[in-house]
Design a protein around this ligand. Sequence first.
Ligand SMILES: *[C@@H]1O[C@H](CO)[C@@H](O)[C@H](O)[C@H]1NC(C)=O
Ligand SMILES: *[C@@H]1O[C@H](CO)[C@@H](O)[C@H](O)[C@H]1NC(C)=O
Length: 192
Amino acid sequence: MLCKLLIVFTLVSHAVSDSCVRYTFEENYNNWLENQWGSVCDNFPFWIAGKYSDLDVTSPNERSNSFITPLSSLSCVSSFIFTMNFGGTIEVNTFVKATQLTDQITILVHMHPNVDTVVGQGSIIPLDQNFVAGWRNVTMTLIGPPTYEGFINIMGMASPNSTVLVDSLRYIPPSMDESECIIYENLPQTKN
Ligand SMILES: *[C@@H]1O[C@H](CO)[C@@H](O)[C@H](O)[C@H]1NC(C)=O
Ligand SMILES: *[C@@H]1O[C@H](CO)[C@@H](O)[C@H](O)[C@H]1NC(C)=O
């Protein structure tokens, strides 16, 4: 009996991935554009990459130079596929300075390959003129089976005088403390 329990426990702990996944848009964004899944982003333009040096927004970290931003029509892009778990957390770090109520970011987390199954969602949508411009994290706790493959789909639009951007994102497995999954790890101390 004990032996049987141990076997079951071992199988379960192997099935649950405990990898922190991070992405900062500092490099390889073209890989995203070349690998889109299902028809999720069909008929929409892609988000485009940009640099904080061209913008009047201070990046959230000294290591962060790049972001993605949508066009003035509804724009879409999907991440790479990675292993997700029920109870895991996805956090997307965004900045929105709205001038129109159509400015927005909507995140949908899809299973793969059955992309019609949405396992997480969140958004930044200004509801009125009192919306305060600034950084916000869209945080989603995933549902679905214990372990599956999935990807993050990012939709959004920005009218010409607005700023809408996504700086980075991370996936924290349910078994991990968020402090073990820091997006921009501290720069190593330089010795003098
Ligand atoms: C968003 O989350 C990051 C951790 O990934 C944190 O450092 C940052 O302060 C958060 N931003 C806001 C606006 O809460
Ligand atoms: C953007 O701002 C400029 C200057 O304030 C203004 O003339 C223009 O109409 C604005 N455009 C939109 C789409 O709101």
